[in-house]
Design a protein around this ligand. Sequence first.
Ligand SMILES: [Fe+2]
Length: 263
Amino acid sequence: MIYLYVISGIVVGVALIFAFVWWNNRALKTTRYKLDTGLGKSVKIVHLSDLHGARFGRDNSRLLLKVAAEKPDFIAFTGDAIHKYRARDIEVALETASALCAIAPVLYVSGNHEMRNKGYRFFRLRLMEAGVRVLDDCTADICGLSVTGLNCASLKNEKIKTVTPPAKEGVPRVLLAHMPHFAKKYAAAGYDVVLCGHAHGGQWRVPFTGIGVYAPGQGLFPGLTAGVHTFGKTEVVISRGLGNSQCPLRLFNRPEIVVVELS
Ligand SMILES: [Fe+2]
């Protein structure tokens, strides 16, 4: 009889561990921020990042339903839709991007993984065919905002100075840039709001503290992994992202959909 109790205990324990790991990696969490930009009207942006080929339900249906329920004015995707070495991520990202375009306009900027994926040129072309506005080093005017995308490769070579459009009275400038650890440069360029990803929330987060363990470019216990950070007049919004890259598991760090309401 005792064996039955032991085996049942092990089965329940293993099932709980699987459920916990699934919840940490597949249970989407929506985080909302309201930012005052003096726009004079409300603009709702759904901010997605770092999909890395992840699927949330069949054909990413759970992700798409949550995004559609927000009724966003546009969707901003801040890079790493794919993994640098995984060719299959391209099809997942294209299917998802195409479905997102049916919900609202999608503005996209590349991340470091796109830069290193041999299929990126093909992927970029297919994204544009699907209706995505690829903002690698260019600007789009949308919903009364000036939205610039900084190509990931341009972050290090000071190209931000030439990419940044001149300020216009009453038009907030929004920057989509994959990496958050260049936040001071974005602020120095004069942007009102910056949307970033890349840090995956620090991949594993210390429970109840909001502290991430590691982020590329920032090292151990990084400061810029999630939330809204103010640099002078610039608000930097950092998504914890959706998928995984080198480390296959998130811990206390659920995949995140960020909703930013500008008013
Ligand atoms: Fe990433």
